[in-house]
Ligand binder design. Structure first.
Ligand SMILES: [Zn+2]
Ligand SMILES: [Zn+2]
Length: 201
């Protein structure tokens, strides 16, 4: 089953193969918060600073329109590649720089479906939580919940690594090179974004 993907302004369209989704999770890490602030779009972070992430195999994602608007930034020279739609600054996905890490963390704002339809297809957003220590308000968590969530996400990633799978389209080419060179922000800009200072991107 496919779920449509669309940036806010409608130019970057795609589809997500639901059978290849590992889990839905909410990430409260400072860099996900900084990414949302870098983009400056409301509705990416929840009330506690969490980002709704859909962990999937890279080849679960296809871009069907607007690939020329796909941009890439990173919080540092070794940071994740953070992909977004340059047309309207909608976050799209996070990937490793290493194509051998067969993982894409789709940002749920790219899903073109009602919240009820997303819940029905992928489960509730808060069932798996990560990096709750940096949430901006308390989030319930437990070691068992973290362990089972981690296994659901990283079990398939480890299995793909053992099979020698490598990320390709849409964010890497056939040689494992990223589609775009990331714009790497400075350490000062990263820290300001993590603190939530107003920054002109
Ligand atoms: Zn757009
Ligand atoms: Zn994060």
């Amino acid at each position: 089953m496919l779920m449509p993907l669309q940036c806010r302004c409608g130019q970057v369209k795609g589809e997500l193969e639901l059978e290849r989704v590992h889990a839905r999770a909410t990430c409260y890490c400072r860099d996900c918060q900084a990414f949302a602030r870098f983009l400056g779009q409301p509705g990416v972070l929840d009330a506690r600073g969490g980002t709704d992430i859909v962990a999937a195999a890279p080849d679960a994602v296809r871009i069907t329109a607007g690939a020329g608007n796909v941009a890439c930034m990173s919080m540092g020279p070794k940071g994740l590649l953070r992909w977004y739609a340059a047309c309207c600054r909608t976050p799209l996905a996070n990937t490793s720089r290493d194509p051998k890490l067969f993982y894409t963390g789709l940002v749920a704002t790219w899903l073109d479906a009602t919240p009820a339809a997303v819940d029905a297809a992928l489960g509730p957003r808060d069932r798996i939580v990560a990096n709750t220590a940096s949430a901006t308000a308390p989030v319930a968590s437990s070691p068992l919940r973290l362990l089972s969530g981690g296994l659901r996400i990283f079990g398939p990633v480890i299995a793909a690594r053992l099979r020698g799978k490598r990320a390709g389209a849409p964010f890497f080419d056939g040689q494992g090179r990223p589609l775009r060179e990331p714009d790497v922000i400075s350490r000062e800009q990263r820290q300001a974004l993590q603190r939530g200072d107003r920054v002109d991107a």
